[in-house]
Design a protein around this ligand. Structure first.
Ligand SMILES: [Zn+2]
Length: 301
């Protein structure tokens, strides 16, 4: 068997937006604004070309397992046909409750269909509820409950930016400006930090794969460990989007399984997880030995 090399977090459909990848750290919500604008200009043919280019890049750097998020669902078929192993998660999001729950129903039906594909034992199909600042709480509750019941893998972007923490706890910071500009509904603050917020909604019980996980307390790391969740470290994306440094040492000490991911080409210079490790090693220094990095890369998804 070939050696496992896992990239646990990509958005292959954004491969064509590599020009958005910052060269110096930027403020997170400014990058999201640019992403929303540029993504709207992509045609389905552009997206398909991006997915194909992304799969080629993954294979060229020796990747065997991938975790991919698809908002357009256009990466599902190419990934099922690619020979790669891993999980492709269909993304749902939305702050408008009715529309978000309708989209969830459509995603559930698409996941059920994709699960009948003969390659779906090699490339599983899951659900991702995007992030706490972009999703109605009922989308989290219902999406997570269905994933538990139907034994479908769940993935969430969580505790990524300082802006996310400010928004959830106090409704302050740049997310207010962004959501108002987009004309989105703003509900009262849950008054909870990202991890306790998802815990309160029952989401951790579905054991989601938690991506980013930069802004956490020691107690929240324990909560994640107790829930049996794994996390994904995306060091270059976190650095370039001004999000900071994940407390990797704390997760490893608590026994939380950690994966490495590149995130999309719109926030990372390549899809090569070994380049992520080369960037992150000086960040974490001697506290994370070489064998621990190898174990993160060789963990099948
Ligand atoms: Zn992501």
């Amino acid at each position: 068997m070939t050696d496992v090399l896992t990239n646990a977090h990509t958005h292959l459909e954004l491969t064509g937006l590599a020009h958005l990848c910052p060269t110096e750290p930027v403020e997170f919500t400014r990058w999201i604004r640019a992403l929303i604008r540029e993504r709207a200009r992509l045609t389905p043919a552009d997206i398909r070309r991006g997915v194909e280019a992304g799969i080629e890049e993954l294979l060229a750097c020796g990747t065997t397992h991938v975790g991919d998020i698809t908002a357009t669902w256009l990466s599902v078929e190419p990934l099922l046909e690619s020979g790669l192993r891993g999980i492709v998660w269909l993304e749902v999001l939305g702050l408008n409750r009715e529309k978000a729950l309708d989209d969830l129903e459509r995603a559930k039906a698409a996941i059920e269909r994709a699960r009948r594909h003969p390659a779906s034992d090699r490339m599983r199909v899951g659900l991702t509820v995007h992030a706490p600042y972009s999703c109605h709480p009922d989308l989290f509750r219902e999406g997570a409950a269905w994933c538990r019941e139907a034994d479908v893998p769940l993935c969430v972007h969580l505790a990524e930016s300082p802006a996310e923490v400010a928004w959830l706890t106090r409704r302050t910071g740049p997310f207010g400006r962004l959501l108002r500009r987009l004309g989105l509904p703003i509900s009262p603050a849950p008054g909870l930090r990202p991890v306790p917020y998802l815990h309160a909604l029952g989401v951790l019980e579905a054991r989601p794969l938690l991506v980013h996980m930069v802004h956490v307390t020691d107690e929240e790391v324990r909560l994640v460990a107790e829930a049996g969740c794994a996390v994904v470290h995306c060091p270059r994306s976190n650095h370039l989007l001004g999000c900071g440094r994940m407390p990797l040492e704390a997760y490893l000490a608590a026994g939380v399984p950690v994966y490495v991911g590149t995130d999309s080409r719109a926030s990372s210079p390549s899809l090569d997880v070994r380049a992520e490790v080369a960037f992150a090693r000086p960040w974490h220094g001697d506290r994370v030995p070489a064998e621990a990095w190898e174990a993160m890369l060789a963990r099948p998804l």
